[in-house]
Structures are given as structure tokens and as C-alpha cells.
Design a protein around this ligand. Structure first.
Ligand code: R5P
Length: 310
């Protein structure tokens, strides 16, 4: 078993390697002067079971290209099996035609990964589980829910606790977490009555006097989460917190979270947090290193990965 790290999240790759007690493979993933990517693998990988750790987060296209070129280098180096470990799978939100003459970029990315040499994919909280079907190779989709469940149990009393989905699309994910915690579920239903009129936030469920935890897979601009938090406060929530797997955090997301009723946003380290995120008093990170390490060990040993879902 060998672990190769590209550049998007070296601390996470390092932490995974430490958990597995395997040093990171000696590779160089660097740029030529014109920013072309060049990869060199300095150790023999012939016949090896190789895991490449790379989130395709910002800068998405550069990170994706690094991954593709690294996969190519490993395949040409005769690795026996190559698993692309993609803690945050970029382009996942483009998983269907959103209108006439638009792409399905998640499918294109799946094709590229396979074409470049991936034999398996290991990822976390895919935006849509069906993306697994875009691949004709095995895809293991891990869940942050067990980590979130443990963390919530340590930090919150179940009394008056409520899990909230910030939109109708996230209900399945939120319901699973509510079930694990054995607490109630509420749903924010966003509706724009007419074009150009601002969205109305209907809260389905009685959140008055409850400690509400919003749950989502991605926080990007922060709009969905912060608007949902305001709606919950207006409907009488005692407090609002949030658990989100992937902290994409573009633009003014940090400022929005800090100015919102969200007391604490918990994200994972699937994406390397920029300084602004890491130093915010309203954002904390929990690590997925152990989860990834266990899953990689299970893949390598050909043992069950689903036991990690409990
Ligand atoms: C949408 O379907 C996702 O689950 C997230 O709710 C969305 O990507 C968050 O985006 P933003 O933070 O920009 O509102």
C-alpha cells in the first residue's frame, strides 16, 4: 500500500499517512513556468496498491488536473491498483442538465478520472449519491454523519435539540442524522413567489424554544445556511448551530457566518481551510483523517467499508 499526496490538502494526506503508519510516497507535483503540471514519482510503484489523496476544491481545475496527471504517472509506472481518494469531489453539483445545452460536468469528471487511470474512487458525502453511477468502477462514498453524531452527542444535550435541513434537497441527509441522534427534524422550504421577489423561508416543524442544528453537505457562499439560520431565529429557535461536511467557503462566506445567528459552524477538513476560515471564532473543524485511513485500510485489505457507516 502506498499513499501519494497531490497539493490540495497536504496536512490531511499527512495525517492519514500517520494514522496508517506509512510514509507518504516520495513524489513531486510541480509547475513548469507556464503553469503546466509535472509529476515525478521517485519510488517504484510497480505492482503496488496506490492511493492518491486529492480534494478537487479551489482552485478546482488545477487540483483536478494535478490528480489526473498523477493518476497517469502511476498507471504508466505499472501500479497494480490506483484509488483516487477525493475527500471533496468538485463539480458534483453539476450532476444533471440544468437547462438546454448545458453540460453534465460531474459525468465528464468521472470519465476523465477513469481515463487517466483510476481503478477505484473513495470519497466523502458526495453531493448526490447517484454520481456513483457515473462511474463503471467501484466508488466508496463515506459519510461524515457518524463523526457529526459523535461530536454532537459530546457537545449538546438531546433535550430541545432539533436537526434542520436548510432546503428540501437536503432532507434525506438531515433525517439520517436526526435518526442517529433520536431527535426531531425540521425543514426549511425556500420559495420565490415571483421572479425578482425575495425568497420566502417557510419553516416546516416547530422550532420555537429548540436548539437547532442545520446540516448540509456544502457551504459555499454561505447564503443558504445563513438565510436558514435567520429564518430559524425569527421562528423562535433558542440557538442555531451548523454541521457541514465540505467548507468550500467562497467570497464573503466567513463574514456572513460571523454576522449570522449561527453560533458555531462545524466543518470537516475535507478541504484545506484558508487562514480566514481557520482563525474564525465561529468556525471549527473536525478531522476525517481516521475515517479516511480506516477506509483506505479496508479497501487495501478487501474488508468491509460499510462498517464505517455505523
Ligand atoms: C446545495 O444543494 C448544497 O447542498 C448547498 O446547500 C449549497 O451548495 C450551499 O451553497 P451556498 O453556501 O452558496 O448557499
Amino acid at each position: 500500500m502506498k499513499i501519494v499526496a497531490c497539493n490540495s490538502n497536504l496536512p490531511l494526506a499527512q495525517a492519514v499517512a500517520e494514522q496508517l503508519d506509512i510514509p507518504l510516497c516520495n513524489v513531486s507535483v510541480r509547475r513548469f513556468a507556464d503553469l503546466e503540471i509535472f509529476v515525478e514519482i521517485y519510488e517504484n510503484v510497480r505492482g503496488e496498491d496506490v492511493f492518491v489523496v486529492q480534494s478537487t476544491s479551489y482552485p478546482t481545475n488545477d487540483n483536478l488536473m494535478e490528480l489526473l496527471i498523477t493518476l497517469d504517472a502511476l498507471r504508466r509506472g505499472s501500479a497494480r491498483r490506483i484509488t483516487a481518494v477525493i475527500p471533496y469531489f468538485g463539480y458534483a453539483r453539476q450532476d444533471r442538465k440544468s437547462g438546454p445545452r448545458t453540460p453534465i460536468s460531474a459525468k465528464l469528471v468521472a470519465n476523465l478520472l477513469v481515463e487517466a487511470g483510476a481503478n477505484r474512487v473513495l470519497t466523502l458525502d458526495l453531493h448526490a449519491g447517484q454520481i456513483q453511477g457515473f462511474f463503471d468502477i467501484p466508488v466508496d462514498n463515506l459519510y461524515a454523519a457518524p463523526l457529526f453524531t459523535r461530536d454532537i452527542k459530546e457537545r449538546y444535550s438531546p433535550k430541545d435539540l432539533m436537526i434542520v435541513s436548510p432546503d428540501v434537497g437536503g432532507v434525506v441527509r438531515a433525517r439520517q442524522l436526526a435518526k442517529r441522534l433520536d431527535v426531531d427534524l425540521a425543514i426549511i422550504d425556500k420559495r420565490r413567489e415571483r421572479a425578482g421577489v425575495s425568497e420566502v423561508m417557510n419553516v416546516i416543524g416547530d422550532v420555537k424554544g429548540r436548539h437547532c442544528l442545520l446540516v448540509d453537505d456544502i457551504i459555499d457562499s454561505g447564503g443558504s445556511l445563513c438565510n436558514a439560520a435567520v429564518a430559524l431565529s425569527e421562528h423562535g429557535a433558542l440557538s442555531v448551530g451548523a454541521y457541514v461536511t465540505h467548507g468550500v467557503m467562497t467570497g464573503q462566506a466567513v463574514e456572513k457566518v460571523e454576522a449570522s445567528p449561527i453560533k458555531m459552524l462545524t466543518i470537516t477538513n475535507s478541504i484545506l481551510a484558508p487562514q480566514k476560515v481557520a482563525s474564525s471564532q465561529h468556525i471549527r473543524q473536525i478531522t476525517i483523517a481516521t475515517l479516511l485511513a480506516k477506509a483506505m485500510r479496508a479497501v487495501s485489505d478487501e474488508s468491509s467499508v460499510s462498517s464505517l457507516f455505523d
